[in-house]
Design a protein around this ligand. Structure first.
Ligand code: C5P
Length: 227
């Protein structure tokens, strides 16, 4: 049986990977895995149940049992046990919780099977930190998006202000650097490009330019030589 195709898009926070992944999935008719959303939902579920982040086995059980549904109340929406948590998982508190639970090996192991299940024909676009290195090492195209921390903080600032949410640029920059540090230094599945990933620095590129470049690479990687 041939396996469904996978395109992985990894990179640090606010590198644009979520937007780019959604656009590529739509253009190719592939399904989408926003793996960060799984870590975010787990973080807020643990908080709602007042679980200690030190109890790794309990968190891993929660990760395996969580009832998470995507896309029920619109594209990009996320439900936890039937409750719409789409907004709640995007808060800074949820980002921090996600990166804390994401550093726990038993949690990553429990979420691995759930992520693999997203691989369905005709294909999958998966975005995260370790999609190309750990979860889908046999993906046919691996992209690693980067941008300078200053540019990423700027993007996040504009996004928040655009939504009417107050934000302080130097605070955003500091939080982003802290999260990069935690994600890159952890022992399991650290944020790093796969050896065979195409690295795209998006600091000076628009989203449209990045999408066009990834689609070009996807066309080359899917060209199986049949005329
Ligand atoms: O991608 P996003 O910003 O939603 O991810 C939130 C956090 O979840 C990351 O900072 C990271 O700590 C964790 N994460 C991870 N592995 C992934 C996706 C996200 O550890 N594949």
């Amino acid at each position: 049986m041939t396996r469904a195709r996978v395109i992985t898009i990894d990179g640090p926070s606010a590198s644009g990977k979520g937007t780019v992944a959604a656009r590529i999935a739509e253009a190719l008719g592939f399904s989408l895995l926003d793996s960060g959303a799984l870590y975010r939902v787990l973080g807020i579920a643990a908080r709602k149940q007042q679980l200690s982040l030190h109890n790794h086995q309990q968190l891993a059980r929660l990760a395996a049992d969580l009832k998470i549904e995507f896309g029920i109340s619109g594209p990009g929406s996320v439900q936890l046990n039937g409750e719409d948590v789409s907004q709640e998982i995007r808060t800074d508190a949820a980002s921090k919780l996600a990166s804390e639970v994401g550093a726990i090996p038993a949690v990553r192991e429990a979420l691995l099977q759930r992520q693999l299940a997203f691989r369905q024909p005709p294909g999958l676009v998966a975005d995260g930190r370790d999609m190309g290195t750990v979860v889908f090492p046999d993906a046919e195209l691996k992209i690693f998006l980067t941008a300078s921390p200053e540019e990423r903080a700027q993007r996040r600032y504009k996004q928040l202000i655009g939504k009417g949410i107050g934000a302080i640029l130097p605070d955003l920059l500091r939080e982003l650097k802290d999260r990069d540090e935690r994600d890159s230094q952890r022992a399991v599945s650290p944020l790093k490009p796969a050896a065979d990933a195409a690295i795209l620095d998006t600091t000076k590129l628009t989203i449209d330019e990045v999408v066009a470049r990834v689609l070009e690479l996807a066309a080359v990687s899917m060209d199986d030589g049949t005329p």
